[in-house]
Design a protein around this ligand. Structure first.
Ligand SMILES: Nc1ncnc2c1ncn2[C@@H]1O[C@H](COP(=O)(O)OP(=O)(O)OP(=O)(O)O)[C@@H](O)[C@H]1O
Length: 577
């Protein structure tokens, strides 16, 4: 319960308990000098009032030295049990989140906006790291040690104890009453921070389009508005937090006054001796400091609660799981009455049934938005179908672990993702254990060799963030080289569109023909040449299979849809064939 509220792993909780223990010990040790001072003053009073011997200072000095050593030891133990383990816990948590994200279905990434997700991984984890280092163990430790001190003091003299400590519950009750308001302000600030981060990310993502359409000023104006709102929310949050804490802390000061008054009254009535009164005055000057710390930290907890809630919500997302042993009978890929909708609820595929056979090229054609890319995504279990099933070699892919399944797939999509690494490493992504020779062979087969050798350091050239220095055709050939290296039995291919020039297109086609030989190929076809040379065509329209068959067969249908499309190709611009 507490572990989940604090968002800790099991090991983290064990370390946390140790941290709290040593923090409590360190705090209790800080009361010890008061005890020594009390004993010393008591001896002196005895000497002055009763004529007892002048106390020896040596034992007190030794006592103080021993206590200082003990304080140093307990603080060192507290430090060791909070700081180091917090870094480890933080690393564990980040690794856990990364591992979890790896297994989440793509539907999750569609639902969550990326700025929010980045915020959770980076800022929330860092916030928790800071708070678990500087605030939470100290909050618990101080709370416990102060509680122990209060019980001891009450046992010593309950009347003076009450006079000293009555403001403590009042201050906490006051905090409790206003915490709802503080939390709301903190959450509003955090929401606005996300809006802000979204705006900045959008600006960076669309910088080129914004400039091209002369929208920079308008866009920056909008961003400025979000920044102003952020500032307002931050001020409101700081104000609510600060005012609540200061007011609660002000209550505590009343305890000093009530102790002085009650003590004076009890002395006059002869119910308390001067030394007891003196001891209480010493305790009162010391005991409110840790309570102040607790009050301060309680407000910080409001912020932490928000960030823990978000990391916990992320961890609670259900990952995609499945069997890690996968033994398909061949590699025919079959869609059986498949229906599917994205999170929006709109039906994207309905009753889709077709088989892409091993050794054949199956071309998907249809208007923009008819569901071709969605079919390709379902084939590789990037998403799970809502109805019907997708099978590979007779095995339902929804029962197979996504990573195991994907080892049988190679994808060449239009939006090729490249990393700011060397060309060699970008190709090696196809198969991590490939040797340099194998990478070079794949690059040659994908017609990358010529343009790579023209680069300053050849295969050792870094290609810039997302391959910014490469043309569309070059990027696609790198992606084909990756797929060749992987040599998976199923290839999903989203053909490049008109962005390729003639030379590039010829090179890409030659590379593709090597990649596709003997594989189960699903191609989202954009060129007539590909469509006509496919073994089978599946025509999609509004998420349904309108027609399917060999190109010649579909062309021979008098009033067939595909035939009409092919004939009207020039006029019907929105059909991708
Ligand atoms: N991640 C997503 N979330 C919500 N809806 C989506 C998502 N991806 C696609 N869609 C919707 O699903 C429908 C089918 O899209 P899909 O990309 O499969 O079509 P397509 O035939 O490949 O289109 P195009 O030829 O333009 O690439 C469209 O209405 C699209 O808006």
């Amino acid at each position: 319960m507490l572990r989940s509220a604090l968002g800790l792993t099991e090991q983290g909780m064990r370390n946390f308990k140790r941290g709290v223990f040593f923090c409590t010990l360190a705090n209790l040790m800080l009361f010890a000098p008061i005890g020594i001072l009390f004993l010393l003053v008591n001896d002196f009073m005895n000497h002055l009032v009763n004529g007892a011997e002048l106390p020896q200072l040596a034992p007190y000095v030794a006592g103080v030295a021993a206590i200082l050593a003990l304080i140093a030891l307990t603080q060192w133990l507290e430090y060791r049990n909070t700081y180091g383990p917090v870094y480890e816990e933080s690393a564990r948590k980040r690794e856990g989140i990364a591992e979890h994200l790896r297994r989440l279905p793509l539907s999750f990434f569609g639902r969550r906006d990326l700025a929010d997700l980045t915020n959770t991984i980076m800022k929330d984890c860092a916030d928790q790291e800071r708070l678990f280092m500087h605030v939470v163990p100290q909050l618990f430790g101080t709370g416990i040690s102060t509680g122990i001190a209060i019980v001891c003091v009450l046992a010593f003299d309950w009347r003076l104890g009450l006079a000293a400590f009555w403001p403590v519950p009042v201050a906490f009750a006051f905090m409790g009453l206003l915490m709802g308001l503080v939390r709301r302000k903190v959450e509003a600030k955090e929401r606005q921070r996300l809006v802000m981060a979204d705006g900045v990310q959008e600006f960076l993502d669309c910088a080129q389009e914004i400039r091209a359409t002369n929208q920079s000023e308008a866009f920056l104006g909008g961003l400025g508005g979000k920044l102003d709102e952020m500032e307002r929310r931050m001020v409101a949050s700081e104000l609510a937090t600060g005012a609540t804490i200061s007011s609660a802390q002000a209550f505590l000061k009343l305890g000093i006054a009530s102790t002085v008054l009650a003590g004076a009254g009890l002395i006059v009535a002869g119910q308390v001796d001067f030394m007891t009164y003196f001891a209480f005055l010493l305790v009162v000057t010391r005991v409110y400091d840790p309570v102040n710390v607790v009050l301060q930290s309680t407000a910080e907890l409001a912020e932490m609660r928000h960030s823990i809630k978000r990391t916990n919500a992320l961890s609670a997302e259900r990952p995609m799981t499945g069997a890690t042993s996968f033994a398909p009978q061949g590699h025919d890929l079959a869609f059986e009455d498949v229906s599917f909708s994205y999170n929006t609820g709109e039906q994207v595929l309905s009753g889709v049934t077709f088989t892409a056979r091993e050794g054949e090229v199956t071309a998907l054609v249809g208007p923009s938005g008819s569901g071709k890319s969605t079919v390709a995504k379902l084939a590789a279990r990037f998403w799970d179908a809502d109805g019907g099933r997708v099978t590979l070699g007779g095995v339902d892919v929804s029962g197979v672990d996504p990573e195991t399944l994907l080892s049988d797939y190679a994808e060449v999509f239009q939006d090729v993702v490249l990393f700011d690494e060397t060309v060699m490493e970008n190709i090696r992504l196809g198969r991590a254990d490939a040797t340099d020779e194998e990478v070079l062979a794949a690059a040659r087969a994908a017609n990358c060799d010529e343009f790579v050798r023209r680069m300053p350091q050849g295969y050792a050239t870094r290609i810039g963030e997302n391959g910014a220095r490469l043309s569309g055709g070059e990027r696609q050939r790198i992606s084909i080289a990756r797929a060749l290296l992987k040599d998976a039995p199923v290839v999903l291919l989203d053909e490049a569109t008109a962005s390729l020039d003639v030379e590039n297109e010829t090179q890409v086609q030659a590379a593709l023909s090597r990649l596709l030989a003997g594989k189960t190929v699903i191609v989202i076809a954009h060129r007539m040449r590909t469509v006509m040379s496919a073994d089978k065509i599946v025509v999609l329209k509004e998420g349904r299979v309108a027609e399917q068959g060999a190109p010649a067969e579909l062309m021979s249908r008098e009033d067939g849809l595909f035939r009409r499309m092919a004939e009207l190709q020039g006029a019907a611009a929105d059909w991708t064939v």
